[in-house]
Design a protein around this ligand. Sequence first.
Ligand SMILES: NC(=O)c1ccc[n+]([C@@H]2O[C@H](COP(=O)([O-])OP(=O)(O)OC[C@H]3O[C@@H](n4cnc5c(N)ncnc54)[C@H](O)[C@@H]3O)[C@@H](O)[C@H]2O)c1
Length: 360
Amino acid sequence: MTRDGKIGIGIIGFGGIAQAAHAPGYRKVADQCEIVAVADIDPTRLEEAKSEKWGITQTFEDYKDLLALPEIDAVSVCTPNFVHLQPTLDAFAAGKHVLCEKPMAMNSDEAKQMIAAGEKAGKQLQIGYNLRFGSGPQSLKRAVAAGQFGEIYHARAQAIRRRGVPSWGVFTQKDKQGGGPLIDIGVHITDMTLWLMGHPKPIAASGTAVTKFGTKEGVLGQMGQWDPKIYTVEDFATAYVRFDNGATYSLESSFIANIAKEEFSTHLFGTGAGAYLNASTNQVTLYREEFGTLTDTTPGWLPSVPSSHGEEVKLFVKAVKEGLEVASLGAASGEQALMVTQIMDAIYKSSELGREVTIE
Ligand SMILES: NC(=O)c1ccc[n+]([C@@H]2O[C@H](COP(=O)([O-])OP(=O)(O)OC[C@H]3O[C@@H](n4cnc5c(N)ncnc54)[C@H](O)[C@@H]3O)[C@@H](O)[C@H]2O)c1
């Protein structure tokens, strides 16, 4: 707690997502929390933290110095994927709650270690799957809760970009990132879809992950130009997943593909209704057969959600302040994010082996 009785926050990794989502998110609930300190191995980022924009005076190159501050109750882990595990374990060992960016970890072994450490410490672990909090997904979730879909027996999701390789950070390096579009954006749409489906347990997956463009010189980059010489991740993946309740899920994810445009969407196939949800535009359509008519229902108005990231951070602060489980507030828990990680592991393994693999 800070001297004002607010939740003390530390941010580990003060790059893109920390400055675009976490710091603004905490600032929006500044009556309940205060960003006490920031840690980043890059001194430029620490200068940015100290700048007039953020005015965060305590900055550290070693995140362990941040974790030693007693007034910090909770941390955001906003480092690259290969630096999610250790800061999370160290934060729990220091008695802090953790909001860790997505994907949860490089693989499910790491994810399980993170969950176990959180349980041992008795602290909350939330994962930064923010798509759920958009106005479209929230509207669809309310329709699911109202029983409109009957049995949801299939979902079909896409997180596909035409020329959208993140050119900054380490997004193209398999050893630091764990993979390409699948683990970067496929995880987002998968979390949102599993959440809408009610988190059935994944039991098997088959898929392929291929690199057709990323290592070539001269491919256009709508998100900046990456270095093809150090591109070691897939640029397209496709997968088919089975769940213990008989439901299935298909996914396509790309950084680069010859397609019309970017699409972040999911289709739900239910016995009572189907739906299309575009997570970028919050377009929602329900498909039903009713009174002898095939109907397509779209919202006339949706309650506004100014920022799905802001909602994610707000709920984390609420969970910490009120001692609530993050899942009870609708946020992504470690266990829910582990399911996504297990699916991604299985897809990569299936791609290597050329066959369906079981998820234990
Ligand atoms: N939820 C979303 O929509 C979303 C969007 C973008 C990124 N992300 C996730 O956020 C994470 C970071 O991505 P980014 O785009 O902000 O990357 P980034 O490269 O802009 O920022 C990462 C920061 O972490 C710092 N860092 C690296 N190792 C460190 C260490 N040991 N200690 C302290 N700081 C360290 C880097 O110096 C850098 O400033 C990734 O896991 C990514 O998947 C999530």
